[in-house]
Design a protein around this ligand. Structure first.
Ligand SMILES: CC(C)=CCC/C(C)=C/CC/C(C)=C/C=C/C(C)=C/C=C/C=C(C)/C=C/C=C(C)/C=C/C=C(C)/C=C/CC(C)(C)O
Ligand code: SAM
Length: 366
């Protein structure tokens, strides 16, 4: 091997040092480095075994253990009877669930931990977890997945995103809307905590589903005029109590112009379902529908961009990649798209839980 005269790249040198098994053995013993080495080892092991953790959670929820334990501690015998899982195998599942912090174990009796009880109470979370069987199958061959060489089932679950025609089969609309509206309560709560609407006279929620966000807005701002715009197959099922309060518009933002009259327009978990050209067209339509001084409110899970982060980059980006129609964008990317559509005064208010949603607001100033 020839002698390299290139000056070593400091970051490569650092990586090679850490990757050296001899250095690792030394660092695991040396008092000043051993805690860090153990911490890195544990973190790596968590990544290695993460797919088992998700499947333990999936079985825990599918067997309804989170609701069975809501009434208080239960014995292994009674849980085995109720779940129809053999005593021995259920003991292993419950032991795993205890290790993951979902249950607490006292000899042969099990109760929900704080985390397990929170899981039982988060609206729509168990349905979300259960539908992950699809994403799990889509990720079975991860290299083919990232190369874009595999078909994905998630893309079939949300066929509306492909739809040039706005007529959505009722069954698909139902399944989709139930899953969406479950998590909508959290999204609405965090969005409305981050963005105040006290100066808004009329809000139109575009892609607002069956109006879950608008019902929360109506609760907090009872005098606000509200409009909902979504596909015909979706808005036909807006609950009756809401249809009296909300002005409903059926249409497709791909083909139809947006109704005018609102001084604020919200796009809640809409952009990440679509590719850039559709997002650009939609933002232009939103701009056109708003009056001078009108405000755009975007809320959806976002990528960390320059600062990659787990919820946006290691979950939602993968989810939207499996859907094959949109992508998870960073606030900076969404800002660029908004600017290109004419918006100014772009702000990125902080939200409480990045795994629930992130927000961006912009203003039309012509
Ligand atoms: C009483 C004593 C002594 C002490 C109490 C101490 C105390 C106050 C403890 C707090 C306990 C508590 C209330 C905890 C609450 C925890 C909560 C609310 C947790 C919430 C978790 C939410 C999660 C994990 C949400 C996950 C959401 C997901 C995975 C959503 C996915 C959405 C997707 C994939 C949508 C995709 C569809 C499409 C088409 C791309 O849009
Ligand atoms: C991810 S969901 C979000 C629903 C709701 N905003 C929420 O956060 O739960 C996306 C919404 O956009 C709607 N949508 C998709 N394509 C549309 C289109 N071309 N025109 C109008 N709405 C559309 C869907 O029907 C759906 O209700």
């Amino acid at each position: 091997m020839g002698l390299s005269l290139k000056r070593p790249n400091p970051s490569t040198t650092f990586a090679r040092l850490i990757a050296n098994p001899g250095f690792q053995r030394w660092a695991a013993r040396f008092p000043l480095t051993r805690r860090l080495a153990r911490k890195d080892g544990e973190a790596l092991f968590d990544l290695v075994s993460g797919f088992c953790h998700s499947q333990i959670l999936q079985a825990f929820v599918a067997l309804d253990l989170h609701t069975l334990l809501l009434d208080g501690p239960k014995s292994l015998d009674s849980l085995a009877l109720q779940t129809k899982v053999s005593h021995d195998r259920l003991a292993i599942l419950l032991q795993a669930a205890a290790a993951l912090g979902l249950v607490k174990r006292k000899r042969k009796s099990y109760s929900l931990s704080r985390k397990g009880a929170a899981l039982a109470g988060v609206p729509g979370l168990s349905e979300m977890i259960l539908h992950h069987d699809i994403l799990y199958r889509d990720l079975r061959d991860p290299v083919a997945f990232f190369k874009g060489e595999s078909e994905t089932e998630l893309a079939e679950l949300w066929p509306y995103v492909f739809g040039q025609n706005a007529d959505l089969p009722k069954e698909t609309a139902d399944r989709y809307s139930a899953l969406m509206s479950g998590s909508q309560a959290l999204v609405a709560e965090d969005t409305l905590r981050a963005v105040t609407l006290s100066d808004v006279r009329c809000l139109m929620d575009v892609g607002g589903g069956r109006g879950a966000f608008l019902s929360e807005v109506a609760r907090r701002y009872p005098d606000m005029e509200l409009k909902l715009f979504d596909l015909p197959g979706v808005v036909s099922d807006v609950p009756l109590e809401l249809s009296g309060v909300v002005d409903i518009h059926a249409g497709s933002f791909r083909e139809d112009p947006l109704p005018e009259g609102a001084d604020a327009i919200s796009l809640i978990r809409v952009l990440y379902d679509h590719p850039d050209h559709i997002v650009s067209d939609l933002l232009t339509k939103v701009y056109e529908a708003l009056p001078d001084g009108g405000r755009l409110i975007i809320s959806e899970p976002m990528s960390g961009g320059d600062r990659p982060e787990r919820p946006g980059d290691a979950y939602f980006a993968i989810y939207t990649l499996a859907m094959r129609t949109g992508r998870t964008r960073s606030a900076a990317e969404i800002s660029d798209l908004c600017r290109a559509a004419g918006f100014t005064d772009i702000r990125i208010p902080k939200t409480a839980r990045r795994f629930v949603t992130s927000c961006l607001t912009a203003v039309k100033l012509s």
